[in-house]
Write a protein that binds this ligand. Structure first.
Ligand code: NAP
Length: 528
């Protein structure tokens, strides 16, 4: 028997009949497959709730959540039982009725009143409401999740067990998918909070009964709930299948990363069966390895790899090296990696695609893509942080004569020493000539848009010179305007972003990245 498709449910807090109904229509238009009417506040009479269910354009879950699990209902249990029994016995009953397991067990005798009306999992009858027994912990991960699931499943009337808890880390997503796989019936297992967000997106992959997505920022009913429009448009809900491979961006924070938009659009364009999610992991090597181990070992996740950003680039390299995986030579030299690959036999690889994002556009501008060499080219790299380090590695390896210019000379010297290049104080840049200039500092970045590493009219800026600003917000920085006026070739920071993402995409999918799509998505994100 095939499981019915996972419901994409928009929660609606019911304050007034008409407003709730209007939101249900909004949910239908937005691509939801069901709504959850939260009637905890009891502003409608029982007959009105029945009328709302009858009028709803989408199947409904009715939830009158008790205050013991952060709901708004604190009345006598008999009142809830009366409401649910009336709904279940109505000519058009709701699809689901949600009761907390704890309250069900406490008032089992009262709740038996539902028995004649609700579906019985052992002998389901079409058209009857399904009882959802739920358990919520907004403070952390209960130690007895598997036991709670077993207790729900042991209740003869429980059609859908539902577990929701606050994720302690990204590893809770793997746990949620495992619980879903363990349940003999379609269940709900959701890790709340930002780290748990993938469990909501991947619920469909694991054949969950339902997952939730908010109509708008105000309508969300639990932390970490994505928006309905994001679920459909960004995470491609309708394309997620059991075999869909999972990728993501690891960082802290990750909420504002543009990588999900780029990679998901790339998967859609190329027809690759993948989904790319935000993977928040708190700072620290322990947190990093614990979470990623859980994802890598998960049978349910089909985890294929990740983009890794601040503060975990060094952690990625260390983990892959410690586990005997394959670390790219240049990533080891740079001391940081931003791309994790996990192959079918769970072997790990770490690469640094940032240096490709710097090297490839320069080679293309100089017509040297084929040779890949920059011998004789005088490259000035400004900065000595992560971006500058990747630039020095890329251009030194390609044969350029690299000089590092940095505000703190000591840091420039350390970087220069690692790659056998020269180091100068930032002020020396004013008297220096170069064929390629790379800005690896935040100078020029919003909100300091009037700053630049160069003074106006710098003598080295002339036709034939390439100026690469790694800053991509704004799209055209002051440095690039100065370079343009002087007739230099200009490379914006978006090219680094697009080409480093392209290298990741190609490594994971084995297909060329759709660069035009990547550029479009990034341009839209940056408001071009
Ligand atoms: P980082 O590790 O913090 O390094 C920042 C560097 O900039 C340091 O060398 C620092 O000098 C220098 N710096 C900071 N403020 C300065 C100022 N006011 N004047 C002169 N120098 C200053 O940062 P990062 O990760 O390398 O990132 C640097 C920039 O690269 C970011 O702003 C970002 O826009 C860009 N980036 C772009 C991409 C992309 O895909 N396009 C990717 C990564 C980064 P000290 O050593 O003296 O402190």
């Amino acid at each position: 028997m095939t499981s019915p498709a996972t419901l994409l449910v928009a929660p609606i807090t019911v304050d007034a009949f008409d407003a709730a109904l209007a939101k249900a229509h909004q949910a239908l238009a937005g691509g939801a497959s069901a709504v959850e009417f939260r009637v905890d506040r009891q502003v409608l009479a029982v007959a009105q709730v029945c009328a709302l269910v009858a009028a709803s354009p989408l199947p409904c879950i009715i939830t009158c959540r008790h205050a013991c699990e952060t709901g708004g209902f604190d009345g006598p249990e008999a009142a809830r039982v009366e409401l649910y029994a009336a709904l279940a016995a109505a000519p058009k009953p709701p699809l689901g009725l949600d009761v907390e397991l704890a309250k069900w067990e406490e008032h089992r005798a009262l709740w038996r009143k539902l028995a004649p009306h609700v579906a019985v999992p052992a002998s389901p009858r079409a058209g009857r409401s399904q009882l959802i027994l739920s358990s919520h912990d907004f403070t952390g991960r209960p130690v007895d999740l598997a036991d709670r699931l077993a207790r729900m499943l042991a209740e003869p009337l429980c059609s859908v067990p539902k577990l929701a808890w606050k994720a302690q880390g990204l590893e809770d997503c793997a746990l949620a998918l495992r619980l879903l796989a363990q349940s003999p019936r379609p269940a709900v297992a959701l890790a709340m909070g930002e780290a748990g967000m993938p469990s909501r997106i991947l619920a469909k992959k694991a054949g969950a009964f339902m997952t939730f997505a908010a109509l708008d920022k105000e309508s969300g009913t639990a932390p970490g709930q994505p928006l309905l429009a994001e679920m459909i448009g960004l995470y491609r809900w309708n394309d997620i299948k059991p075999a869909t491979k999972v990728y993501g961006v690891v960082g802290c924070p990750v909420g504002h990363s543009m990588s999900p938009a780029i990679h998901n659009a790339g998967f859609a364009e190329t027809g690759f069966d993948g989904v790319y999610v935000p993977m928040r992991i708190e700072e620290g090597y322990e947190n990093f390895t614990r979470a990623l181990e859980a994802w890598i070992q998960s049978k349910e996740l089909d985890f294929g790899g990740a983009s890794v950003t601040i503060p975990h680039k060094e952690n990625l390299l260390r983990m892959v090296e410690e586990q005997g995986g394959e670390a790219e030579v240049l990533a080891t030299l740079i001391g940081a990696a931003n791309t994790l690959g996990v192959d079918a036999s769970r072997r790990l690889s770490a690469a640094n695609s940032d240096y490709r994002g710097l090297l490839l556009p320069v080679l293309a501008h100089l017509g040297r893509t084929e040779s890949g060499r920059l011998d004789g080219l005088r490259a000035a790299v400004v900065g000595a942080g992560g971006a500058a380090r990747a630039a020095v590695a890329a251009f030194a390896a390609a044969g350029a004569q690299v000089t590092v210019f940095n505000r703190s000379l000591e840091r420039a010297q350390e970087l220069a020493q690692d790659f056998g290049v020269l180091a100068m104080p930032l002020e020396a840049l004013a008297q220096t000539s170069f064929d390629l200039l790379v800005n690896g500092t935040p100078l020029g970045m919003t909100p300091n848009v009037d700053t630049s590493p160069l003074a106006d009219g710098h003598p080295a800026l002339k036709p034939g010179v390439v100026v690469f600003d790694t800053v991509y917000n704004p799209l055209e920085t002051k440095l690039l305007r100065q370079a343009k006026v002087a007739g230099c070739a200009c490379i914006p920071g978006t090219e680094m972003f697009v080409l480093q993402a392209a290298a990741q995409f190609e490594g994971w999918t084995g297909q060329p990245a759709p660069l035009a799509v990547f550029r479009n998505v990034l341009g839209r994100k940056l408001g071009r």
